[in-house]
Design a protein around this ligand. Structure first.
Ligand code: NAD
Ligand code: UDP
Length: 325
């Protein structure tokens, strides 16, 4: 039956990216189901959507099957921060692999278009720079990051096999470091860690000597990219999505200190194992296929994110906020 509104399932919808995506999809008039087990997402991220009759929250773990009726699926469920995904590595791998199998099975039954939130981590510690989609990557299959990296690689394999074998309409996006409001303050990723540490006047924990690089994309740019990718029918991916402007982690720390006006000093800690030395997306494919590129540059995006955390910290028991690392 043809429904008046497009029905869209977002797994991991109570997380950082998922909550922004649910909001953007509701703004298009869609009927949105947000599925999340709240392992690292939180109700606070979606509480402002709860009164909308076209928004529905289901607490469910994607590693178990679920039967729903939808027209499109965005599969985002998976812890994204190294601290969280290494907490229970077996569950992380199950989430990527069993989660993908369950969501692909659902999409196959419904003949629904399905999007996979893959990652730049499929390139591991890359030997070519910037990273292009044709690069196969350099991943340690038995290291501490493998539960995430190999899980996401296997999920890509499943998506492309469902496409070849069952003609499923897929989109696979390889997301590079994205930041913004609604990152969890205890999440452990570098942007939230540095901002929270600066706002609390604590030392900024730089891992290694801070010469490793990342390229940071602001959340609104990424979500616009997801929607543009799903809206067209020529490219199924894999498609790099991120902001190509590259910074060292030390530069990021210094910029956060400057923008917050904090008195924090930098403190240097051991570099975690298999931490990639450099990372920058080549986004020529997305530019050509989607006419998409990020608009918000680092200082502007950091300003908005700092304002978010400043407000959050002012109304939260600070004993509950402890940056891991
Ligand atoms: P996040 O941790 O804020 O969100 C992930 C969400 O998935 C959380 O709400 C969590 O509770 C949920 N989840 C985890 N395991 C689940 C399970 N088994 N069943 C149901 N829900 C589960 O992270 P995020 O930054 O919003 O990332 C979203 C997706 O994008 C992830 O798949 C991640 O791998 C991918 N990604 C994000 C980035 C980034 O920089 N933010 C980069 C690359 C890839
Ligand atoms: N990092 C850091 N201090 C922190 C958290 C992270 O120096 O408190 C470094 C980390 O070692 C990595 C980079 O920042 O080199 C990005 O880490 P993040 O966990 O955000 O994501 P990754 O890109 O490694 O998955």
């Amino acid at each position: 039956m043809q429904h008046l509104r497009k029905r869209i399932l977002v797994t991991g919808g109570a997380g950082f990216l998922g909550s922004h995506l649910c909001e953007a999809l509701l703004a298009t008039g869609a009927d949105v189901i947000c599925l999340d087990n709240l392992f690292c997402g939180q109700k606070d991220n979606i509480v402002h959507l709860m009164d909308n009759p076209f928004f529905e929250f289901i607490r469910h773990d994607v590693t178990f099957p679920i039967y729903l009726e939808v027209d499109e699926i965005y599969n985002l469920a998976c812890p994204a921060s190294p601290f969280h995904y290494q907490h229970d590595p077996v569950q992380t791998l199950k989430t990527s692999v069993h989660g993908a199998i369950n969501m692909l099975g659902l999409a196959k039954r419904l003949n629904a278009k399905i999007f996979q939130a893959s990652t730049s981590e499929v390139y591991g510690d890359p030997n070519i720079h910037p990273q292009v989609e044709s690069y196969f990557g350099n991943v340690n299959p038995i290291g501490v990051r493998a539960c995430y990296d190999e899980g996401k690689r296997a999920a890509e394999t499943l998506f492309f096999d469902y496409h070849r074998q069952h003609d499923l309409d897929i989109r696979v996006a390889r997301i590079f470091n994205t930041y913004g409001p609604r990152m969890h303050p205890n999440d452990g990723r570098v942007v939230s860690n540095f901002i929270v540490q600066a706002l609390k006047g604590q030392p900024i924990t730089v891992f290694g000597d801070g010469s490793q690089t990342r390229s940071f994309c602001y959340v609104s740019d990424l979500i616009a990219g997801f929607q543009a990718f799903m809206a067209q029918d020529k490219e199924i991916g894999p498609m790099n999505m991120g902001n190509p402007n590259e910074f060292t982690i030390r530069e990021l720390a210094e910029t956060v200190v400057e923008l917050t006006g904090a008195k924090s000093t930098l403190t240097f800690k051991d570099l975690p194992s298999d931490d990639p030395k450099q990372r920058q997306p080549d986004i020529s494919k997305a530019k050509a296929a989607l006419s998409w590129e990020p608009k918000v540059q680092l200082r502007e995006g950091l300003g908005k994110t700092i304002a978010y955390f400043d407000d959050l910290l002012s109304r939260t028991d600070l004993n509950r906020i402890e940056t891991p690392g």
